[in-house]
Design a protein around this ligand. Structure first.
Ligand code: GAP
Length: 484
């Protein structure tokens, strides 16, 4: 009998480190909070996720093209986008424990606890009051709410709070060689602005007609006040964003289109439907007139995985105003010029990575024996096949080498001759390799091998000639793309 148990975040963190997926950054110097490095299998999985996202935007849509804009940009971009004035979180410190909180997270957790205890009306009332105060940037009001509800610090258990302060999340650095001539610039907090300021470059050079999209994958940086939950909230992370430029007035339909398309994508990569949810935003960012989060049920609960935002013409209009450069598009079908509206899809690659780990790390109890495996969709697995000669002599390693040399041009293959065959299967299960190919003495006689399927552990004897085809059938990204 196979029993599976729920996975904790702690188990994901330790599995990631032990089996070469994710390491804490700068570990030998005690690390750097909320910054991580990807190990050999981690980067392979991450690249697969990026390739799949890129292909599902650019390869299969005639009207979406790619871009790779710089991380450093003219700081006026962040003035126009509103990030200098509005991209902040409100924080508060507990004077006794010295612990720092994001004030909205603190109040929300308190309200959710009350709701969980059955006092729904009171809980929702607190969240409504908080949303109003946040919208009005009312810092004193937020502190009054903390005091009125007697919200306490989880460590000191007191409500001895500092004043609430706004904290801009952008990392600032200097451009220029001398103190006097250098100017402040920022590490980009989102990739989207690189797309907006290249809107006309792309439209004209690639001869795009509205509606069309520009997609980009790249690093973003945020000096998060509370960076927690492993790679869920990082200070340096990677975004995969697509801005879809549309005729004003069509935004409601396109918003629904992209919401549905993205949900379909998550299901196509193997995320279980009951682990996905849609959260409609009530408190909107400064640029949006509608927004939803696609949430995933992480081990710590449902949280945002991807955002779909209806950004109106806010960004292009602001850039036109500040740069004094026209951002209008001439629509030949409508015979008029206008600033397009934009629907944005924005997903954190690292958050998607955590989703895949949460979804696939599996601990089974089979007749009182524990088995751990990563049930990653074969199309996304870091390694597709492991070639395992049963023993290290009698010509088996040579035959294995020949198969490896043939397979390696088609997909990621490893050749492993160390340890017992059981231990080698386990090693591959732990990194999510979907197929193990075992070569034994019979292989030398009749050109057959044993293929072992990771999830079922089923083993089948098949011809060597058929093996590559069987593996290829199961790992092509096309399998996923065709479901979209
Ligand atoms: N351009 C819109 C934008 O940046 P966002 O909701 O702030 O919107 C989009 O971020 C996505 O980026 C989120 O849904 C999340 O997946 C990812 N993300 C944001 N902050 C992150 C962080 N600190 N660490 C990891 N991923 C993050």
């Amino acid at each position: 009998m196979i029993k599976e148990k729920e996975i904790t975040l702690k188990e994901i963190v330790s599995h990631s480190k032990e089996y070469g997926f994710i390491f804490p950054s700068s570990e030998i110097y005690d690390g750097l909070q909320a910054v991580y490095d990807y190990g050999p299998y981690g980067i392979a999985l991450k690249r697969n996720l990026q390739k799949l996202w890129w292909d599902s935007m650019i390869k299969i849509n005639q009207n979406i093209v790619g871009l790779d804009s710089a991380i450093l940009m003219n700081p006026k971009i962040w003035k126009a986008s509103g990030h200098i004035d509005s991209f902040h979180d409100f924080m508060v410190d507990n004077k006794d424990s010295k612990k720092r909180y994001r004030v909205d997270t603190l109040i929300e957790a308190f309200a959710e606890k009350i709701i969980g205890e059955g006092n729904k009306d009171k809980g929702h009332k607190i969240i409504d009051s908080m949303n109003k105060l946040l919208e009005q940037n009312d810092l004193d009001g937020l502190k009054d709410l903390l005091n009125k509800e007697n919200i306490t610090c989880e460590i000191s258990k007191t409500s001895n709070w500092t004043n609430v302060r706004a904290f801009n999340l952008m990392f600032e650095t200097k451009l220029g060689s001398t103190e006097e001539t250098s100017e402040s610039i920022y590490l980009r907090p989102e990739t989207a602005q690189g797309i907006f300021v290249n809107f006309l470059n792309v439209q004209k050079s690639a001869k795009m007609q509205i509606p069309f999209g520009i997609a980009q994958i790249g690093k973003a940086f945020r000096n998060e006040i509370v960076a927690r939950q492993f790679i869920f909230r990082m200070r340096e992370f990677e975004q995969m964003e697509m801005q879809f430029f549309i005729t004003p007035g069509t935004e409601k339909d396109w918003f629904e289109h992209w919401k549905d398309t993205r949900i379909k994508w998550h299901k196509a990569i193997g995320i279980q439907e009951d682990r996905l949810a849609i959260h409609q935003h009530e408190q909107l960012a400064h640029y949006a007139d509608n927004a939803v989060d696609i949430e995933y049920k992480f081990p710590f609960g449902f949280r945002e995985l991807e955002g779909i935002h209806s950004r109106t013409d806010f960004d292009l209009k602001s850039h036109e105003e500040l740069s004094k450069k026209k951002q209008k598009f001439f629509d030949t079908k409508l015979n008029k010029s206008y600033i397009p509206y934009v629907i944005e899809t924005s997903i954190g690659c690292d958050r998607l990575f955590l989703t895949i780990l949460s979804e696939s790390l599996t601990k089974q109890n089979i007749d009182d024996k524990e088995r751990t495996l990563l049930k990653i969709t074969p199309e996304l697995s870091p390694i597709k096949a492991a070639i395992l000669p049963l023993i290290k002599k009698d010509g088996l390693p040579e035959m294995a080498q020949k198969i490896y040399d043939d397979f390696k041009f088609d997909f990621e293959t490893v050749l492993d001759t160390n340890q017992s065959i059981g231990k080698r299967y386990t090693k591959q299960d732990l990194i999510g390799t979907p197929f193990c190919i075992t070569i034994d003495h019979q292989s030398l006689e009749d050109d057959t091998i044993t293929i072992r399927y990771r999830d079922s552990m089923e083993q089948k004897r098949i011809k060597i000639d058929e093996t590559k085809g069987i593996i290829n059938e199961n790992i092509l990204m096309k399998n996923i793309l065709m479901k979209l």
